[in-house]
Design a binder for this molecule. Structure first.
Ligand SMILES: O=C(O)CCC(=O)C(=O)O
Length: 323
C-alpha cells in the first residue's frame, strides 16, 4: 500500500515553514498588503465599557475591541518596569528569544534585563521574552495582575480547573521585537493587557486567505482586496485591554520596550470546536505518533510536553485508564 501524500496547507497565512512566514512578514513592509495597511481601520476603542455592554456589543458578535484604560489601576500598570521586575525576579531562569531556534538562550531574569540594556544600536536584533508562564516560577506576581471581570466567561475553568484557566503569560521585549502573524490554537479568544510601553497590532479575520497564483506565487493583491481579510490595526497603551475573538490572525510589533499580559478565554460558543481540536491532537499523538513526528517534527516534543503538563495539572494519572 502506498503512503498517503502529506497535505500542504493551502492558506499561506496558516503555514509554519520559514519561507511562508517570511512571505507574510515581508508583505507588511512593502507591496499591496502594506499599502492596504496604511488605510486599514483602527480597532474600535471604548472607554468605560461595562461587562454587560462588552458581552452584548462585542463578545457575542465576535467583534474586536479595545477597552481603553480598563486595567489602568492595576499595580502592574502603575509600578512595573524592567528594573522593578529585575529586582523582584532577578535570579529566575527564563528562555529569551524562544521563538527563534537560532537565537534562543537561557538566562536569569536579571541577565535578560542587562542584555536588553547592552543590545542597542542599528545592527542589533531586539530581544524578546515571549510567552513567559510566570506563575510556574513567580506566582507572587499574580497579585499585581488582578482577574478581569470581563474575562470570567473563560469556560476552561469549568473544563480543566482553576490552575489552567489562570495560567497567563507575560510578553516582555525590546523596541522593534516582533511576534509574527499567527492564529491562537484551540479556538480561544485573545485578551491582552498592555502593562508597560506600546505595541502595534495588525489583525485579520478568521477567513483571511493567502492563496497561490497559478504561477505558484503568493497572491498578495487578492489578500489585500478581499473584504473577508478584514485587515485592522491598533496601538495598545498601558492599561488598555484588547479583546480579539478566536481565530483572528494577529501580528505584533513593539513600538517601545514593552510588557504585556496575554490571557486566553474559551467562549462557551466555541466549546465544540475546542474539544474537537484537543481530541484530534490527543488521538493523533496516541494512535499515530510516528506520522505526527514526520508531519510536525518541530512541534512533536512541544505538543507532547504540553499535554503531559496539561494531564498533570488536571490530576490525570497517565498510567490508568479508569479511576
Ligand atoms: O504581544 C505579543 O508579542 C504577542 C501576544 C499574543 O500573540 C497573544 O497574546 O495572543
Amino acid at each position: 500500500m502506498q503512503d498517503a501524500p502529506i497535505l500542504i496547507e493551502a492558506n499561506i497565512l496558516k503555514r509554519r515553514d520559514v519561507a511562508s512566514i517570511d512571505i507574510v512578514e515581508n508583505a507588511f513592509s512593502s507591496g499591496p498588503v502594506a499599502d492596504a495597511l496604511r488605510q486599514a481601520p483602527l480597532i474600535e476603542r471604548r472607554k468605560g465599557l461595562n461587562k454587560e455592554a462588552f458581552d452584548r456589543e462585542y463578545r457575542h458578535q465576535q467583534r474586536p475591541v479595545i477597552l481603553e484604560g480598563y486595567a489602568a489601576d492595576w499595580p502592574a500598570v502603575r509600578d512595573w518596569s524592567f528594573e522593578h521586575l529585575a529586582q523582584r525576579c532577578g535570579d529566575t531562569p527564563v528562555v529569551v528569544n524562544s521563538y527563534s531556534s537560532q537565537r534562543s538562550a537561557q538566562a536569569s531574569f536579571a541577565e535578560f534585563v542587562a542584555m536588553m540594556k547592552h543590545n542597542e544600536g542599528p545592527d542589533t536584533q531586539p530581544i524578546y521574552l515571549q510567552e513567559w508562564y510566570y506563575k510556574a516560577s513567580r506566582p507572587e506576581l499574580a497579585a499585581d495582575l488582578p482577574e478581569l471581570d470581563i474575562a470570567q466567561y473563560d469556560f476552561r475553568r469549568d473544563l480543566y480547573g482553576e490552575v489552567i484557566s489562570t495560567n497567563h503569560q507575560l510578553w516582555l521585549g525590546q523596541r522593534g521585537g516582533v511576534t509574527r502573524l499567527h492564529q491562537d490554537s484551540y479556538t480561544i479568544d485573545v485578551m491582552h493587557v498592555q502593562l508597560v510601553g506600546e505595541k502595534h497590532w495588525i489583525v485579520m479575520g478568521p477567513d483571511a486567505n493567502l492563496a497561490e497564483t497559478a504561477a505558484g506565487d503568493a497572491d498578495l493583491h487578492a489578500l489585500a482586496e478581499d473584504p473577508a481579510t478584514r485587515l485592522m490595526q491598533c496601538t495598545l497603551q498601558p492599561g488598555d485591554v484588547l479583546y480579539l475573538p478566536a481565530l483572528w490572525f494577529h501580528r505584533i510589533k513593539l513600538l517601545s520596550n514593552s510588557i504585556g499580559l496575554g490571557r486566553k478565554c474559551l467562549d462557551q460558543a466555541n466549546l465544540q470546536a475546542h474539544i474537537r481540536q484537543r481530541m484530534a491532537e490527543l488521538l493523533a499523538l496516541a494512535l499515530n505518533p510516528e506520522e505526527v513526528k514526520l508531519t510536525h517534527p518541530e512541534l512533536f516534543n512541544v505538543v507532547m510536553m504540553r499535554n503531559r503538563v496539561w494531564a498533570k495539572r488536571m490530576g490525570i494519572d497517565l498510567s490508568k485508564l479508569r479511576p
